[in-house]
Ligand binder design. Sequence first.
Ligand code: PLP
Ligand code: COI
Length: 342
Amino acid sequence: MTKADLDWAHLDFGYHPTDYNVRYSFKDGAWDQGVVTDSDTIPIHMAATCLHYGQECFEGLKAYETKSGDVVTFRIDDNARRIADSCRKILMEPPPEELFIAAVHRAINANRKYVPPHGTGASLYIRPLVIGTGPQVGVKPAGEYMFMVFVTPVGPYFKTGFKPVHLIVEEEVDRAAPLGVGDVKVGGNYAAGLRASMRARAAGYTEVLYLDAKEKRHIDESGPANFFGITKDNQYVTPDSPSILPSITNKSLITLAEELGLRPQRRVVDVEEIFEFNEAGCCGTAAVITPVGSITWHDRKKVFGDGETPGKYSDELYHKLTAIQTGDEPDPYGWVQVVPEK
Ligand code: PLP
Ligand code: COI
């Protein structure tokens, strides 16, 4: 297969057009067969609930080319389950898991030439989304939905790649409330955090680290990724919180941490603990593992190592995870699945 003519090794994490996307409609109580289209716009009713009342959720996963030329996904079943959880939480119609997987495969197969070649460090980012398309003026769920999947070849989320980023603990903005929707992937959570992220960037930080909204004491997560710390006595510590996204990457790192001799702990993490960690990192599909070089909290700053070099365990976890994802190392867990060509 002739690949698209792209500078694979220098792609940013942005929208790079591909040839096709797929769309399914839910109407009269059923999902249709879907269509493959080359249009990257959608005609939409101006009273659609996604435009007014935030009935929107999305997923993010990646496809990789292995050395032997297969295209593989990573833990796709978890994304299928999570989009259904997101839909149910905001009263949208969830696409059945089989439909989700078939739609992702269909979108990949229609755009195989955009799957970055093995070894370039790039991947095909897959963005499934569900929106309420039916019109409502009163605050009610829509009667009609659209489920779409587009794909786009991407490089690292943080433009420095696998280099430490600099976080600031957010004091003035809450991303999500404990009984809200922070544990699902709905667009409103990202809108809520935009002003915090933009202000942090303007002040010279890469991203914010949110605290729990109730006590402003415990670490929640970063804007686009979960958070972990490595303690001096080799624990992999990651926050347990009702207002963070259950990250599939983090769940995988918990398994891999154990393999590397770390002791994983998912528990409430007091913000003061950052001063005790040897290493810290952000993790997610887009972020993969992004080591944290420093965290600023009020007038205090914790610098990890020299602030510029990834820590030993972050480095090992990164290489272990990406080697499994790209098929360079065997996957004893059944996480990696080949995308069938038809
Ligand atoms: N937290 C937030 C807010 C995210 O947007 C993401 C990205 O999906 C994650 C965490 C990481 O989740 P995952 O590892 O499943 O991609
Ligand atoms: C992902 O990691 O897939 C995400 O959705 C994060 C996003 C904010 C880019």
